[in-house]
Design a protein around this ligand. Sequence first.
Ligand code: KG4
Ligand code: ZN
Length: 341
Amino acid sequence: MIVLGIETSCDETAVAVVDDARRILAHNVLSQLEDHLPYGGVVPEIAARAHLEHLDHLVAKTMEEAGVDYEALDAVAATAGPGLIGGVMVGLMTAKAIAMAADKPLIAVNHLEAHALTVRLTDDVPVPFLLLLVSGGHCQLLRVQDVGEYELLGQTIDDAVGEAFDKVAKMMGLPYPGGPEMEKLLAGADAYAAAKIDLPRPMRGRKNADFSFAGLKTAVRQLICERVLSDQDKADLSLAFHQAVAEILVDRLEQGLKHMNCDGIDTLVVAGGVAANQYLCDKLKTFCTQQNLRFVSPPVKLCTDNAAMIAWAGIEKLRRGEINDMNVAARPRWPLYKEMV
Ligand code: KG4
Ligand code: ZN
């Protein structure tokens, strides 16, 4: 099976060709970072126009690099949500046009499900598993019972983790996206100075798996308001912030494992853009070792938005005979767990 995947839900135009032997035949990600830089965040209208401008060319280039004819494809998969609706429509309409012209099945992929299943493209990860989904828009703990069967165990009651990284980075004068920028600062941080920065761990000890990051963000804002930050201050603050986030994630996981439905679970998968953070992954790995859990996260280039994960989710769905008709609509919101019936 060979599937073409298209991803346009945020600020990355991405196209990939993947086969069911778990080979990525071609993989391209065009970042729109420069286009959004002056605004300090992603501007939906600019994103949609940029996808429209680049997608056709990127599809042609990726198909050529994969050395695959349209006839050889078994399906065309595209993100159908959740995401910025203009961009999602561009990707989905393009996929529909290709599917129609080549007479191939169309697969509408949930972007979150694609993050969830990425580890099955790179590793042998049987179901069920526990999924910590940490991205710019989401922070959720889910039980993945099967492909298409997700049970929500806990989620953020305010900001997503990636959003907290981005907002704190912006307060520190760092460019968007803030997560990778803050991680880079860790190299220059002084552990002793970071330990003296007092940041909260919201929800600590609560007997559920919900998350909260708004208080942490506000605490950083108050700290910054009072001082002018040197480069060293920024590095130390970044380390203190990473420590707080890691402790929050570990505490929430620990309570989730105790109090939520985790029977038969022996693997923790961490996915989504924030899973690219090596500091956080190391802390989560240590926690998993203590809990006798296997830790799996995708390689960094497949943590952040990409189309290989969309093509792979397409393959998982195609194996189950789950294809869509041409009327399927783009969805700005599309919760993963509501798919469970
Ligand atoms: O999954 P993703 O690429 O897009 C969404 O679906 O949201 O995630 C993007 C988010 C951004 O908030 C970005 O700051 C964060 O992931 N991120 C990171 C790192 N790389 C990306 N956060 C912390 N450390 C990183 N290395
Ligand atoms: Zn994503």
